[in-house]
Design a protein. Structure first.
Lengths: 410, 230
């Protein structure tokens, strides 16, 4: 194995049989390349999935209002349901045992500007606990706090991209931006793993937003984070209770599916997990399939290579090659070629994934495709092992053929 | 040099058994140049294969230079072939992607001789067969006679006790045949034992002894006044 002479002999054979070398090398390299790229794309899909569904905290419940579809207790159907600030307090006190945090969300959009630059951004009026629900990460400054809400302060927290758009390199904290004809003090800059759109948002105290919007106390959406200890069962029970309570409070027919809708991550999570495991199975299936195709390819080529060399092997035997040295030579050559080309395929594949990067995110939902190097090396190793195995059987047979028969076989 | 006693060999052909060699008794002394003749099916190639340890005997004994050749497994046979025997074939059997020089060095590679020594020695043997200038040429760039001379150099490089040739002129024209036979005679003159399987009378006449086989037994075994090839 480590004899220099053996290696020289093998290099010589490789050098002088370029087509054969190329064919087997190409098969392995291509097999690994396709495996790495497909597997990487699969992982990219998986990443996108995680990103879309893991952006929000999992112990979150969204309560949305809509129009009723049934008349009830003297109220007509098609009535728009709205919450107000008192509902918020009532829910908090009544379900204090379940609730970790509660916040309304008022969504609107506004033109926000600084100096000469301005742009249209989504505006959300929120309470402090919203930060946890959205998993907003503060880069600088602070989030909306209780005092902001209480005093209806015109403080604003801006997304990383908003800051980039308006401020360039300038520090934003403490500066005043204008919006809705007023000036707002920037108290914080945040980032969010939920993607670019999530970073083009500005947050303000919901009370301030209500004040500006004709001084109402109406709310359309409430977000609750319940205590994680509740678990899946507890969360579902809590959801039922709160739904009943709110329907009663707002005079909605208990059988009316509209009016109030509650979406909880607990239910989503279960469905998502199923979807994700299906996705993982597909990725695994594709990976194994590709690898199998590669293994069959290299096996075929090895059988062909040994067949082609039968006469040569016979000659070598006639002049003194032992069966061991014949098998050793074929295997060492095969393993050498597959190893080198396997790693070439591996690195080209990884290179392609790096090159693609996030370019396919928008249209194909492939985010940050990657293959964990260990998987790649394992795949390469498998191809090498099977290539060697596929070479071993015919090599053994060739080594056993009587040289005289091999030589006569013209 | 070679002692064969009561050699039998048969091949299984489906359910039948074909008895090819039916008791051969045959001795060769050192330095002889023996032609083994016979029509096809006479068993001459089988005899050569057994002598060359390319095939196993069923019954009888075979001693080569005092060493009993028996219980051969593949590895042992390969080592004996490498040490004791040189082969020359009708179809030359050079490795087509290796140069003349590399082909000649190959038996030494399997003896574990180092590269420099191998190449020096191979060049020396190529010189002896008159092909030193052709050392770096591939077999496809050589004529038939040249290929056979490369094959002879390859067979000789291990300094075997016996050189076995199977129809070595079969693929050559008569002029080239004579040249190759002249080379064989020259090698024989230096004391090497050589066995040639042939069906050509004039090739046989260039040997010092002619053995005729028919239906698996020796019909005739006589000394011959060696005719000079050239």
């Amino acid at each position: 194995m480590f004899s220099r002479d053996r290696w020289l002999e093998i290099f010589d054979t490789i050098k002088k049989n370029k087509l054969r070398t190329f064919l087997s090398g190409f098969t392995v390299a291509l097999g690994i390349l396709i495996f790495v790229v497909l597997f990487g794309f699969g992982n990219g899909l998986d990443n996108t999935f995680d990103k879309y569904f893991k952006d929000d905290a999992l112990n979150t419940m969204w309560i949305n209002t809509g129009r009723t579809s049934k008349p009830y207790m003297g109220y007509k159907a098609n009535r728009q349901i709205e919450f107000d600030n008192d509902d918020l307090k009532d829910i908090s006190s009544r379900f204090a045992f379940y609730i970790e945090g509660i916040t309304p969300r008022i969504s609107t959009s506004a033109n926000v500007g600084y100096k000469l630059k301005s742009n249209n951004y989504s505006v959300r009026g929120v309470a402090p606990s919203h930060q946890k629900n959205e998993m907003t990460i503060m880069m600088k400054g602070r989030y909306i706090n209780g005092l902001d809400v209480e005093n209806k302060e015109r403080n604003i927290v801006i997304g990383r991209l908003v800051k980039e758009d308006l401020f360039d390199g300038e520090d934003a904290i403490g500066k005043f931006v204008f919006g809705e004809g007023r000036s707002w003090k920037v108290v914080g800059v945040f980032q969010d793993d939920g993607g670019d759109n999530e970073e083009r948002i500005v947050y303000v105290p919901y009370t301030t937003l209500q004040l500006i919007q004709k001084n109402t106390d109406k709310l359309r959406q409430i977000i609750i984070s319940y205590k994680p200890e509740l678990g899946y069962g507890g969360a579902v029970a809590f959801e039922d209770q709160i739904k009943k309570y709110l329907k009663k409070k707002k005079f909605i027919d208990p059988r009316d599916p509209r009016g109030i809708r509650i979406r909880s991550a607990a239910k989503d999570l279960k469905e998502n997990d199923q979807f994700k495991s299906a996705l993982s199975s597909i990725i695994l299936f594709v990976g194994i399939g590709t690898l199998l195709a590669g293994i069959i390819g290299i096996s075929n080529i090895m059988v062909f290579v040994v067949k082609e060399r039968t006469k040569e092997l016979g000659i070598r035997k006639a002049i003194g090659a032992t069966p061991r040295s014949i098998i050793g030579m074929i295997l060492q050559e095969a393993i050498f070629i597959t190893t080198i080309s396997g790693y070439i395929g591996l690195f080209i594949g990884i290179g392609i994934l790096k090159l693609v990067g996030n370019a396919l995110e928008e249209e194909y939902y492939i985010t940050d495709p990657y293959v964990d190097l260990n998987t790649g090396i394992l795949a390469t190793f498998l191809l090498i092992a099977f290539g060697a195995f596929a070479g071993y059987l015919p090599a053994k047979r060739a080594a056993r053929i009587k040289p005289i028969e091999a030589i006569r076989d013209n | 040099m070679i002692q064969i006693k009561d050699l039998h060999k048969s091949y299984k052909m489906g359910s039948n058994s074909l008895h090819v060699l039916k008791g051969i008794n045959f001795n060769v002394k050192e330095g002889e140049l023996v032609a083994i003749m016979g029509s096809s099916g006479s068993g001459k190639s089988t005899l050569l294969n057994i002598l060359g340890m390319l095939d196993l005997l069923d019954k009888g004994t075979y001693d080569l230079d005092g060493v009993p050749i028996k219980d051969l497994d593949e590895t042992k046979a390969a080592n004996y072939r490498n040490k004791f025997l040189g082969f020359v074939f009708q179809s030359f059997n050079l490795i087509n992607y290796k140069t003349a020089l590399e082909n000649v060095t190959l038996p030494l590679y399997y003896q574990g001789v180092n590269r420099k020594e191998r190449e020096a020695k191979a060049l020396e043997y190529l010189d002896q067969v008159g092909l030193k200038e052709w050392a770096t040429h591939l077999p496809s760039e050589l004529s038939g006679g040249q290929k056979q001379r490369v094959a002879i150099a390859r067979a000789m490089i291990t300094q075997p006790k016996v050189l076995l040739a199977d129809e070595l002129t079969g693929a050559l024209d008569s002029k080239t045949s004579k040249e190759v036979m002249a080379l064989i005679q020259e090698i024989n003159k230096s004391g090497k034992t050589i066995l040639i399987v042939t069906h050509e009378e004039d090739i046989a006449k260039m040997c010092s002894r002619i053995v005729r086989l028919k239906d698996g037994i020796i019909m005739e075994d006589k000394r011959n006044k060696m005719v000079k090839a050239i």
